[in-house]
Design a binder for this molecule. Structure first.
Ligand SMILES: *Cc1c(COP(=O)(O)O)cnc(C)c1O
Length: 385
């Protein structure tokens, strides 16, 4: 199991992350405004994208989120153990042997396979409860979800199994919502809408209102037609655009996480000398170098130096020199007046300068989701309310 994040008032290391819950509550309100009258469900999988699932969940619920979404049964159980009573949706079908734990924790599973339906029903009989679930339909993502061609057979199976199964929602997931110019989202929405109608008209749904949901953050921001009854929003809650093509539609969302350190060592280096493992960087001039006690085991990627990565010290960008090591990295500080203990920002704002998760993601040819989720449990989190 993944290690849980550690929350502290004062970090024990000269490297830590700060979680701004005021920014988060602001973002929840902004997104609620964008998605209303549809409900907003906060996606807090992967320990709230590295922000801390429990703290994020509480803040989101306090500011109007109607429910929570997680990927894993253990993630849902963690929220229940923290005393959270709001609805919690499992975004994917759990392994069959996990349904019982899921039901005991009152998690709402997404199901889309015959074996999943049977395992859910069997678990519900053992636990002695109803088995509410959402049916997930594949409308083009091709990751998980019942294929549209197999939908009627699966609905018939739900009817055949009968009690204790109780279909209460229908969902799907968008593949390209972060690229608003593509027609794919509208096509997926049309396929989904038709499939929902088939679910609603099946006898298992007779007379009941199903909770219908398709959209993620990108859909919340750029595709109102996909909102249906609720939107599952993750990355934008954390104040980060789902992709560069809709960065201009994020309005005034505010980044929730910032990554900080302090300078641990400063020394002069000679022209012609080299630095870090493999001596990949050679200094052209005499200069000074500051060491920062954070490395790839903390989630700062090893190749960040090779792609022009930098940190902020004294309100200015300082290039990373040499490969990032497991626990430390080095930056060129020239003749500037920088000393041991000086504050360093790796993600966030310092004076007029800012380094965003999106900028780091672009350098590393990835997405900001991965940058945030990579910040490891070795980095203590400090909550700023
Ligand atoms: C992760 C996930 C989301 C949230 O996506 P964001 O882009 O972070 O808003 C929504 N739905 C499903 C099925 C997911 O897996």
């Amino acid at each position: 199991m993944t290690a849980h994040l550690v929350f502290v008032d004062r970090p024990t290391r000269w490297a830590w992350a700060e979680i701004d819950l005021t920014a988060l509550s602001h973002n929840v309100r902004v997104l609620r405004d964008r998605t209303a009258p549809a409900d907003l469900w906060a996606v807090v999988k992967a320990d709230g994208y590295g922000h801390g699932a429990v703290a994020v969940a509480r803040t989101a619920l306090d500011h109007g989120a109607a429910g929570l979404c997680v990927a894993l049964v253990t993630e849902g159980v963690q929220l229940r153990e923290a005393g959270i009573t709001a609805p919690i949706l499992l975004l994917s079908e759990p392994p069959p042997e996990q349904f019982e734990t899921a039901l005991r924790a009152r998690l709402l599973p997404s199901v889309y396979s015959p074996d999943g339906l049977r395992a859910l029903a069997a678990a519900a009989r053992r636990v002695g409860t109803d088995a509410e679930f959402h049916l997930k339909i594949d409308t083009g993502m091709q990751r998980v979800g019942v294929r549209v061609d197999d939908l009627d057979a699966l609905l018939d199976l739900v009817a055949e199994i009968g009690e204790p199964l109780r279909l209460t929602g229908v969902s799907s997931h968008l593949a390209t919502a972060d690229e608003p110019e593509l027609a794919t989202t509208a096509e997926q929405n049309a396929i989904f809408t038709a499939a929902v109608r088939r679910c609603e008209s099946h006898r298992i749904a007779a007379g009941r209102r199903l909770l219908v949901h398709l959209g993620n953050s990108a859909a919340a921001l750029a595709h109102p037609a996909t909102h249906h009854h609720m939107v599952r929003s993750g990355i934008s809650l954390y104040g980060v655009a789902p992709g560069p093509a809709i960065a201009d539609r994020t309005g005034d969302l505010r980044p929730v996480l910032s990554l900080h350190a302090r300078v641990s060592y400063v020394k002069p280096v000679r022209a012609g000398s080299s630095i870090s493992y493999g001596h990949t960087h050679r200094f052209a001039h005499d200069t000074r170098v500051a060491t920062i006690p954070i490395g790839y085991a903390d989630g700062v990627r090893r190749q960040l130096s090779a792609v022009g990565g930098s940190v902020l010290i004294g309100g200015r960008r300082r290039r990373i020199v040499g490969v990032v090591t497991m626990d430390q990295l080095m930056v060129d500080i020239g003749d500037d007046d920088i000393a041991v203990g000086d504050p360093v920002v790796l993600i966030g704002r310092q004076h007029a300068e800012e380094i965003t998760a999106a900028e780091i993601a672009e350098r590393l040819a990835t997405i900001p989701y991965e940058v945030l989720c990579s910040i490891s449990s070795r980095i203590e989190r400090v909550i700023r309310a």
